[in-house]
Write a protein that binds this ligand. Structure first.
Ligand SMILES: CC(C)(COP(=O)(O)OP(=O)(O)OC[C@H]1O[C@@H](n2cnc3c(N)ncnc32)[C@H](O)[C@@H]1OP(=O)(O)O)[C@@H](O)C(=O)NCCC(=O)NCCS
Length: 167
């Protein structure tokens, strides 16, 4: 019986993550060009320890990921962590993996002493928006018609936040 594990990525996951990123993003939900499978997934702004992967074991297949990003180095805003790039492989969607990755990202942010967690989504991305609202995030800012994702279709960019109680 396969099981799911969520943990930080390693450099060895680079190609699998780039392949997933290339194949699994619907273009109408992206505001940046599709990533090439040979492009480096990791870099100075996305290091393996800041990427949580959802892995189906015992086969070790990566089904999704979420990335933690600290926008400003301490001391400016060390209490704010932004979660980026939440993605689940199309065949593995609607089984709760997105919610588990989001919960793991929030928990990791808490362990890093975040008080505030931020996410953002295009307004047309109802699955993501519903997931964020269901998980306790509230809308903090809306940038009207920020992106023209397909010709003539302008969509709002919505930013959400969740304040964490200190334990
Ligand atoms: C957004 C995304 C990450 C959600 O991943 P997911 O694994 O499908 O998320 P979940 O399964 O936790 O929840 C999604 C839906 O499945 C439903 N669901 C969860 N478990 C379920 C189950 N066992 N049976 C049936 N439905 C289920 C949830 O209720 C939810 O429904 P809703 O969208 O109507 O509210 C995924 O759709 C994705 O990768 N999209 C493309 C990239 C993207 O948009 N990322 C977000 C950027 S802001």
């Amino acid at each position: 019986m396969p099981w799911l594990e969520i943990h930080p990525a390693t450099l060895a996951n680079e190609h699998a993550l780039a392949t997933l990123e290339n194949a699994a993003w619907p273009l109408e939900l992206r505001e940046t060009p599709r990533m090439g499978i040979d492009e480096p997934f990791f870099g100075p702004r996305r290091e393996p320890q800041d990427v949580l992967v959802a892995v189906e074991e015992p086969d070790g297949v990566i089904l999704g990921h979420i990335d933690l990003h600290q926008l400003w180095p301490p001391p400016q805003r060390p209490h704010v962590v932004r979660l980026l790039g939440l993605l689940v492989s199309p065949a593995a969607r609607e089984q709760g993996i997105g919610a588990k990755l989001l919960a793991a990202g929030i928990e990791e942010a808490r362990l890093r002493h975040a008080r505030k967690v931020e996410v953002r989504a295009l307004d047309t991305n109802r699955t993501a928006v519903d997931l964020y609202l269901r998980s306790g995030f509230t809308e903090e800012a809306r940038f009207h018609h920020e992106f023209e994702v397909t010709e003539g279709q302008f969509v709002d960019d919505v930013w959400f936040s969740l304040w964490l109680d200190p334990r």
